[in-house]
Design a protein around this ligand. Structure first.
Ligand code: DQA
Length: 286
């Protein structure tokens, strides 16, 4: 993922003064600057575009073919009825994430419908200007998943597969400060391989800690603030938030992906979806 087009639809040029109680008080230019600043660590070139005209947005999407690697689009009101923008996105087949500042699922009925979403990888909304950051991250995750699938073709054993995956995850998101895979062995989780500072928790009884809880409860657990969660087994004072994603093979949990961040509250739904897709790849090859 080298170049991402960030496309804003109609009336978004009025952000800042337009219904600030819904869309916030930041104008479009500062929002673009915020998106660029918050995603700078990914080393991606972002190209920003806004238009109030459907045809101009369509031409921008056409021009993206062969020149950009991903699109983050807030189609604004066109979301709800522009089959032409939908067809343009389907035609160019560039990985695209649909974003909204507001949560359109909680607003008027006509806004709950998106004719765009099923030609996009995901729809992300309700996080204000951060929706765009999560959109960029979802594209990066999509591209990393492609890389994982590709590299796993040349892998001959589980050992090599797990090492490759941890390396790619760690290299993809700087916010993933400690990335490891634990495997279930009897009643314990045993640390298989990791990237980051050595952890004292190389064997964790199932049910203990957040890692143990994810296996016991059979689901992904996101902890926005580990210091506010009494299940957390402290391993580094730097860790602020954590995500644990179970890995299933033939319906049994065989292990989990565990990621710690030195930043508070960084694991969002798109991280969950990305890591669950990675876990599926591991499970499918187990
Ligand atoms: C919007 C939601 C749309 O329903 C609306 O027409 C917009 C902005 C959002 O970002 O929340 O213009 O896409």
């Amino acid at each position: 993922m080298k170049i991402i087009d960030v496309i804003h639809g109609p009336n978004l040029n009025l952000l800042g003064s337009r219904e600030p109680e819904i869309y916030g008080t930041d104008a479009l230019e500062p929002i673009n600057a915020y998106i660029a600043e918050k995603t700078a660590e990914y080393g991606i070139e972002l190209h920003f575009f806004q238009s109030n005209y459907e045809g101009a947005i369509i031409e921008r999407i056409h021009a993206a073919r062969g020149t950009v690697d991903g699109i983050v689009i807030n189609p604004a009101a066109y979301t709800h009825y522009s089959i032409a923008i939908r067809d343009a996105l389907a035609a160019v087949a560039i990985p695209t994430v649909e974003v909204h500042l507001s949560d359109i699922s909680q607003r008027e009925d006509f806004r709950k419908i998106s004719v765009i979403s099923d030609v996009c990888l995901r729809q992300i909304g309700g996080f204000g200007k951060d929706s765009y950051i999560f959109g960029v991250e979802a594209l990066i995750g999509h591209s990393a998943l492609g890389r994982i699938k590709n590299e796993l073709k040349a892998v001959n054993n589980r050992e090599e597969m797990l090492i490759k995956i941890v390396n790619i995850l760690h290299a993809t998101f700087p916010k993933y400060d400690w990335t490891g895979i634990y495997l279930v062995e009897g009643e314990e989780l045993v640390l298989h391989n990791f990237h980051g500072a050595p952890s004292p928790h190389t064997r964790i009884p199932i049910g203990q800690g957040i890692c143990g809880a994810a296996v016991a409860e059979n689901e992904t657990i996101i902890v926005p603030d580990v210091n506010a969660d009494n299940r957390y087994l402290a391993c580094s004072i730097e860790t602020k938030s954590e995500i644990v994603v179970p890995i299933y093979a033939n319906d049994d949990i065989i292990g989990e992906i565990d990621i710690d961040s030195h930043r508070l509250d960084v694991f969002k739904n798109h991280d969950r979806q990305f890591l669950e897709e990675v876990a599926l790849e591991i499970g499918a090859r187990w």
